[in-house]
Write a protein that binds this ligand. Sequence first.
Ligand code: PEP
Ligand code: MN
Length: 339
Amino acid sequence: MVVVLKPNVSIEKRNDLIRQIESMGVKVQITQGTETSILGLIGDTTNLNKYAIASNEIVANILRVQEPFKKANKMFKPDDTIIEVAGRKIGEGHFCVMTGPCSVESEDQIEGIAKAVKENGATFLRGGAYKPRSSPYAFQGLGLEGLEYLKHARERTGLPIVSEIMSVDMVDRFAEDVDIIQVGARNMQNFVLLKELGKIRKPILLKRGLAATIEEWLMSAEYILSEGNEQVILCERGIRTFETFTRNTLDISAIPAIKKLSHLPVIIDPSHATGKAWMVETMSKAAVVAGADGVIIEVHNDPSRALCDGQQSITPEQFQHLMIKLRKLIEIEGKRLER
Ligand code: PEP
Ligand code: MN
């Protein structure tokens, strides 16, 4: 339930109303607009005395929120969330490009790629240190060593880093070392991990689960938000369908859907969505036009020898070409490429 207040009410009257509502057993989240404020009610509102609230002189309107996600809901917070990371903005009007290899393979590799993508307009450097591989026999990532190489690459280039966390025991370490903590598709419903990430104050890049509905995805975001961490970036990375031509099926319509339902920024991963390097440019362009707030793209110096996801990785030269096209579209959309 959302309680919309009349314009310019006094803080005292607003606080009285909040106390009155909270005494009925629900929590109140205030969203302050330029003139009006919105009170978002979290908890079981079924037995709430709505007439008592509606009759308060400062209340303009009461709206029922049908969806189970509250803090992630646009009704609770009509203004889009903008997340700032090391001076770069993510969300409304700002476009970000996260790019780098699927996994960190060596110090030289990550530094070489970081330098190349920085020159061509990347906003963030991505790189997996811990890899959720389908096979236990496949390369699992360099772990802590990989994180150290990522940090060196950040020092050398100034690019903030994005990396995937796989377990709760690494939360403190990631909070310390990484600028944006990625939760992979396979962990989207690891609720224990999500709750722990809700307790820190670092931006979380939450990928959509392999077969998750939009509502399930937003409920996962709600787990993080409900613990107090308001910095969640959503990432559409393709979902599993009957189609086998592509690795997954990019749900481009998830972008306008999220924009309608939520205030959270949402980006697209054309690499994992298609599994094909030659499709990455087209789908990145589609992402800009669909209204995404950014893309996350796998770039590898030598895709044919990559230890992970080489078939979907583009080269730094292809990235350069892609960025020339993307810049034009970002401008047409009236957005700013963050760097
Ligand atoms: C990745 O970003 O390398 C990755 C494993 O992605 P996803 O979780 O979307 O499969
Ligand atoms: Mn990958």
